[in-house]
Ligand binder design. Structure first.
Ligand code: MRU
Length: 366
């Protein structure tokens, strides 16, 4: 997407053809800083410390992390080290495992002399495929917004609530949950987005709000607890979120707090959509509540907040008593029964095993 007059993806290759460049998302929205990754460890750190985040971007960064390491050590041991190092970064987004498996399957049979070039080519293709997948998710989700717009009184926008950042910063471009929104804006449909702040790390306040503002999408930042109230008052027409792992039967794991939004949406008859690229489907898992590993992050993300003072200094402050411990589960699982439909690159389907397999028939045997 465009930042000012420049088109950016969230990850790209530098002009030298091998350094990987990313936008350091920990510094947003107060700074737009490009970071250069030249080693496996830097790529792993970028994922773990969340300079890059969002399931699809984590996958693309992992693919490039392997490519970086193939330049240094293309041996079988080097490939194993790269895969293990990256797998240990974050446990929940299945795109990480998917991308590592893709790279390993491609590289393992190749002679070592050919691995680095092949790794860069595949990492680049994964990034390009992600862009196209997300563009299609947008096109497939657009009719849902169009249909809602058709029921609105003239001049009333479609009110869409989203949680966390499933925008272009979470993918290589377009985003998943935001892609239908960007497509709707492009078609001149009036939309307004309720942006959940998304404690504890505030991806909504820091990233989604920034994306909406820089793209000129009407939006309002709200605290995480406001969504239920707004739904009761008829001020939300649909919810659309992304996902870090969706199971074969349609359970959806996403940023902590998503489940509560799905419950509130269910109680108020508000449709709850999940936008996802196929690499986010974990065909090996059915019961997401039981079987998806939930990342536990540092309690400091709960007890402290980052922000910019009115004087312009970006700083961190403590908001809880020193004596109070904090817990920080980073994701939760929304059972499939609370999901109105899944929006994928192949189309829209019910959040059921049959629905997913209907769109991905090659998975019948899985
Ligand atoms: O912890 P994060 O910021 O990586 O979590 C991101 C999310 O939960 C997104 O909603 C999800 O990855 C989908 S991104 C298209």
């Amino acid at each position: 997407m465009k930042v000012g007059d420049t088109h950016y993806r969230s990850i790209w290759l530098a002009v030298d053809g091998h350094t990987v460049e990313i936008i350091d998302q920990t510094r947003m929205p107060h700074a737009f800083a490009v970071e250069r990754l030249t080693t496996l460890d830097q790529a792993a750190h970028a994922i773990k410390a969340m300079l890059v985040r969002g399931a699809p971007l984590i996958g693309a960064t992992a693919a490039y992390g392997i490519a970086l390491h193939m330049r240094a050590d293309a041996s079988d041991a080097g490939l194993a080290t790269a895969a293990e190092t990256l797998m240990a970064t974050r446990p929940t987004a299945v795109n990480l495992r998917w991308a590592i498996d893709e790279m390993r399957t491609l590289l393992a049979p190749l002679p070592t002399a050919r691995r680095a070039d092949a790794a860069y080519a595949r990492a680049g293709a994964i990034a390009d495929e992600d862009v196209e997948i997300n563009r299609r998710i947008g096109l497939n989700g657009l009719p849902i917004i169009e249909a809602l717009a058709a029921t609105r009184p003239a001049g009333r926008p479609v009110n869409i609530l989203t949680h966390c950042n499933a925008g272009w910063l979470a993918t290589v471009d377009w985003g998943t949950a935001t892609s239908p929104i960007y497509q709707a804006v492009e078609k001149g449909i009036a939309v307004h987005v309720w942006v959940d702040e998304t404690r504890p790390r505030n991806q909504g306040a820091h990233l989604t709000a920034w994306e909406m503002a820089s793209h000129g999408v009407p939006h309002t930042l709200i605290v995480d607890n406001a969504g239920g109230h707004l739904m009761q008052r008829g001020r939300v027409d649909m919810v659309i979120v992304g996902t870090d792992r969706t199971t074969a039967r349609g359970d959806v794991c996403n940023k902590i707090g998503t489940y509560l939004k799905a419950l509130a949406a269910h109680d108020n008859g508000v449709p709850f959509y999940v936008a996802l690229p196929s690499p986010t489907i974990d065909w090996t898992v059915d019961d997401g509540v039981r079987d998806i590993p939930i990342e536990e992050r540092s309690g400091e993300e709960v007890s402290h907040l980052w922000g910019r003072t009115d004087g312009g200094e970006v700083t961190r402050v403590r908001i809880s008593p020193e004596a109070s411990p904090s817990g920080n589960p980073a994701f939760d699982v929304t059972p499939a029964r609370l999901v109105t439909a899944l929006i994928t690159e192949r189309g829209v389907c019910p959040a059921t095993r049959e629905g997913l397999r209907g769109l991905f028939p090659e998975r019948q045997a899985a």
